[in-house]
Write a protein that binds this ligand. Structure first.
Ligand code: SAM
Ligand code: SF4
Length: 500
């Protein structure tokens, strides 16, 4: 099919119309702007009441979030930051989930002014991975120790739905022996970051057994959206993108993920946009986003905007927006990526992030090719943290955090509103703690360097002590604890992929 014919059939406006109210979508720029303007000077008491609400694991309203965004008092910021970590611990415990991205294609019909893949960037060497290359990339990702992958695609007929389905099947088909123990391992959860799709295509994605479907709105501010996404491109259609995850829910994909690209417009406005998006999903489908991502604009080849945008977010504001998001949306996962430098990433993780990537390569075929770091600069954007998974796992262990490779929730049917309900009641975090320890045990035996293993062993010992002391695990004569310990011992002896 010709590219222009493919473009013509990519959007079906009627699939969006039913969600609009009198032609309007759920983002009202004026309302969000006025929420920012009228909530500039909340009293200390009001802010403390909002923090307390959030600590009881309730989502905040737009006005409450706007009040937090305007806090100036450093003492109150300390309280917000402390609450952010407390909330994370309550809902998700002291663990951090790891994943690796795989960039499958950089052909793109769009022309987003911040992205190295945009069609007018003539410096970009275009490439689509073949299925055998996908297999090789997967082998490299597995050799690093990962169990979760997020696959990323440009929007183009050469990386259409059929291509995506084939690549996902290819990833799931790979089995690989772990370098230290020789145990056979595979990718257990494939997530997707791809353009908005029509419902029939989303159903095909669902059938392949994907985990989460992720679409970032980039900016919720309509005027800015139109400036950075040329109107005649597919991505120029703001509402088609805004309802991408509604259509995904309709297609049966109940783990959906939102995000904003911070640096295109006022960061405070984008936070309110994310909060409004989460509330809309919750209202329409009874389940909010599975995760929220906070990518920050980083330099991209040939993109002036990526380095010169007047809205680039500095580190202090970045920390503030993450902490406020943690408070405003206490139960979705919060993702910080390798776009960030190690130092800031470490600080951000302490503000309640639940997931991150490691040993990341964003070039097409880059895991296999082991490209030099400077070459990465000519790719979609620049990464700030190229460290290996092992070194980041070690850093996390030094911070007292368990590295989790758990994919149990989704494979036991704990998805969508089931998992969100459990997160809201702080129950899922308990299962996660057990499964995090089990998968961490696997990682230490299969991949860890001796230094990481030594640190990890101490952490696990400590965790098992905590689990033993917690009532929740010891109910019914310690049934759950005993099941956990049985699995733990089996893993130590070489059994793999067992969970609770
Ligand atoms: N093409 C699909 C789309 O646009 O949704 C999916 C892939 S796109 C490669 C994934 C994400 O990368 C985008 O949603 C955007 O937020 C992010 N991105 C693009 N350019 C970036 C830059 N210069 N810095 C940081 N992130 C960027
Ligand atoms: Fe294409 Fe996505 Fe990059 Fe836009 S952000 S140019 S749609 S790959």
């Amino acid at each position: 099919m010709l590219v222009k014919d493919w473009i013509k059939q990519a959007i079906k406006p009627e699939e969006n119309e039913k969600y609009l109210q009198n032609g309007n979508d759920f983002i009202n720029d004026d309302e969000l702007q006025s929420a920012l303007e009228k909530n500039v000077s909340a009293s200390k008491e009001e802010i403390r009441a909002i923090i307390a609400k959030s600590k009881s694991i309730q989502a905040l309203s737009i006005d409450e979030t706007a009040k937090l965004l305007h806090v100036k008092d450093p003492e109150l910021w300390n309280e917000i930051n402390t609450a952010a970590l407390e909330i994370k611990k309550k809902v998700y415990d002291n663990r951090i989930v790891f994943f690796a991205p795989m960039y499958c294609s950089n052909l793109c019909v769009n022309n987003c002014s911040y992205c190295g893949f945009r069609s007018e960037n003539k410096n970009e060497v275009r490439r689509v991975l073949t299925q055998s290359e996908v297999v090789k990339e997967t082998e490299s990702v597995l050799d690093n120790g990962h169990k979760r992958m997020i696959m990323v695609y440009g929007e183009h007929p050469k990386s259409n739905i059929d291509y995506m389905v084939e690549t996902i099947k290819s990833v799931y088909s790979v089995e690989r022996k772990a370098p230290v123990s020789g145990r056979v391992t595979s990718i257990r959860r494939v997530n997707i970051n791809a353009a908005p799709m029509i419902v029939v295509d989303l159903k095909k994605l669902k059938e392949t057994g994907i985990g989460t479907y992720q679409v970032f709105q980039e900016t919720y501010h309509k005027k800015t959206y139109a400036q950075v996404h040329p109107p005649k491109t597919l991505k120029g259609n703001y509402q088609w993108r805004l309802y991408a995850l509604h259509r995904a829910q309709e297609a049966g994909i109940d783990d959906v993920a939102i995000g904003a690209l911070f640096g295109l417009y006022d960061w405070r406005f984008e936070v309110l946009g994310l909060v409004a998006h989460a509330a809309e999903l919750e209202e329409k489908f009874g389940v909010g986003p599975h995760t929220v991502s906070v990518p920050r604009l980083t330099p991209a080849s040939g993109s002036l905007l990526s380095t010169k945008s007047k809205y680039l977010v500095n580190d202090d504001d970045f920390k503030k927006l993450v902490a406020v998001l943690r408070l405003a949306l206490p139960y979705p996962g919060l993702i910080i990526t390798a776009r960030e430098q190690p130092e800031i990433k470490k600080e951000i993780i302490q503000l309640g992030c639940t997931q991150t990537d490691a040993s990341t390569k964003i070039g097409i075929g880059a895991y296999q090719e082991c490209k030099a770091e400077e070459e990465l600069n000519s790719e979609q954007f620049t990464i700030g943290d190229p460290r290996s998974l092992d070194s980041i796992v070690r850093e996390m262990a030094e911070m007292g955090l368990i590295s989790s490779f758990c994919t149990a929730g989704y494979r036991c049917g704990r998805t969508g509103d089931t998992i969100m309900g459990m997160l809201k009641h702080c129950v899922e975090g308990k299962f996660c703690k057990l499964n995090a320890v089990l998968t961490f045990r696997e990682y230490l035996n299969d991949y860890a360097s001796p230094e990481t293993k030594a640190l990890g062993e101490k952490l696990i010992e400590n965790e098992i002590g905590q689990i033993r002391n917690e009532k929740f695990f010891m109910k019914n004569n310690g049934k759950l604890f005993n099941e956990f310990m049985t699995n733990y011992e089996k893993i130590k002896k070489g059994k793999r992929d067992i969970y609770i």
